[in-house]
Design a protein around this ligand. Structure first.
Ligand code: G3I
Length: 370
């Protein structure tokens, strides 16, 4: 049975009983359903996955936007002080272009995935040059080919106790808060057509910890706007954790209203659902994971500033959640819209139904100056 026939035969059985456009026309893939709402949809993928023909066929059918999971990070793309390696990033960009897909760039400045040489040689004296040269070279190499760059990734970590909730990252320790402005200014110079995004996690739940982080992120975005630092979008990573208790979304709604008020676009950049706290039974796990996908998308897509939804991986086989460690019961996690054999999971149908029900929006738009 091919995938489309499989989709058609399973869609009614796996959904939770509410009729929808997508159910009535089960052959339609996510990419097409999202396009009708002017929404981009897609996932992270790795160079390794691009060697898997069944995977690439699925990715081409389902995604209108892709992002390299690791291939554009410092460690991968800048392995030695005077050497850049664009081969794997270029392969992903070529794949996307061949299939009419947009590409997100991830990322230009982070506290993780930095090469050993950088940690050994960066000093307060040379750090600004190292950072801006890297951004000029990498964003310059891909100029005109990138929909949006995660320029600075995960700069907020309230627990570190720094002003503004900033993280005590490598870049902060070398340069103070000004590293953020330097990074965005360098990215804009290198590629005026890419949307410049600030990307972070733990912004979704109604918990005191997430609320503190939302306040700090808003403070950062607002101050960047006030100081005319070029920024166009917020990346809401959305690594969610399923539990038996339903989530509440009031804090997220307030936050997204305020982000919209700053005239920023919003991209859901790394959606997945960790099922570690759920029982072993696979059907029950899938049901609860899909429920969280459904609830999350139902809430987040009410905000018309949300222009893209990307999951962090397309299939469970290669999810970072399975790479790190197994669940306590030793079973692999099932966090993504396709399982390890590339069969759609209930989360896939939940995504498709919620997107088909979402309000239509104006399409994403490039930077005003671009
Ligand atoms: O490819 C090597 C392999 O050859 C080696 O044997 C193995 C043993 O160490 O490591 C493999 O590389 C790992 C790579 O993932 C590929 O699986 C790296 O060590 C590991 O650090 C890397 O982890 C990535 C992590 O970011 C750090 O860069 C994950 O794949 C990736 O999913 C994760 O993605 C992040 C986003 O960039 C930012 N937001 C959170 C998200 C999840 O942590």
């Amino acid at each position: 049975m091919n995938r489309r026939a499989f989709l058609a035969s399973t869609v009614l059985g796996l959904s939770e009983g509410r009729a929808s456009v997508a159910q009535q026309t089960p052959e339609i893939d996510l990419r097409e359903v999202a396009k009708r709402k002017n929404l981009l949809v897609g996932s992270a993928c790795s160079f390794r996955e691009l060697q898997w023909p069944e995977f690439t066929q699925l990715l081409a059918e389902e995604a209108s936007i892709v992002v390299p999971e690791n291939e554009m990070k410092w460690q991968a793309i800048h392995p030695a002080p005077d050497r850049y390696d664009f081969r794997r990033g270029d392969a992903l960009v070529a794949f996307a272009q061949a299939h009419g897909q947009l590409v997100r760039g991830h990322n230009l400045c982070w506290h993780e995935a930095n090469p050993a040489w950088l940690l050994q040689t960066a000093t307060p004296q040379n750090a600004a040059q190292l950072l801006t040269d890297h951004i000029a070279t990498v964003a310059g190499h891909y100029a005109g080919k990138i929909h949006s760059w995660d320029v600075v990734n995960e700069a907020i970590h309230v627990e570190d106790g720094l002003p503004g909730g900033l993280r005590s990252s490598l870049w902060y320790r070398l340069l103070g808060a000004r590293y953020i402005d330097l990074a965005y200014q360098a990215a804009r110079r290198a590629d005026p057509h890419a949307l410049l995004t600030y990307n972070d996690y733990d912004l979704e739940q109604d918990s005191p910890q997430h609320e503190l982080k939302r306040r700090a992120v808003l403070g950062l975005l607002r101050s960047m706007r006030e100081r005319n630092v070029p920024i166009d979008a917020l990346g809401l990573q959305s690594h969610l954790h399923a539990s038996l208790q339903p989530y509440r979304w009031r804090g997220l709604h307030r936050f997204l209203d305020e982000v919209e008020g700053l005239q920023l676009q919003v991209f859901v950049t790394e959606l997945d659902v960790d099922d570690t706290a759920l029982p072993s039974d696979e059907r029950e796990r899938d049901r609860l994971v899909a429920r969280l996908y459904r609830e999350y998308l139902h809430n987040v897509l009410r905000h018309r500033a949300v222009k893209a939804v990307l999951t962090w991986g397309l299939c469970d086989r290669d999810s970072w959640l399975n790479w790190r460690q197994r669940r306590p019961d030793r079973l692999p996690r099932r966090p993504l819209p396709f399982d390890a054999e590339l069969r759609p999971t209930p989360a896939y149908f939940a995504m498709r139904e919620e997107i088909s029900r979402a309000p239509s929006r104006t399409p994403w738009h490039p930077p005003a100056a671009g």
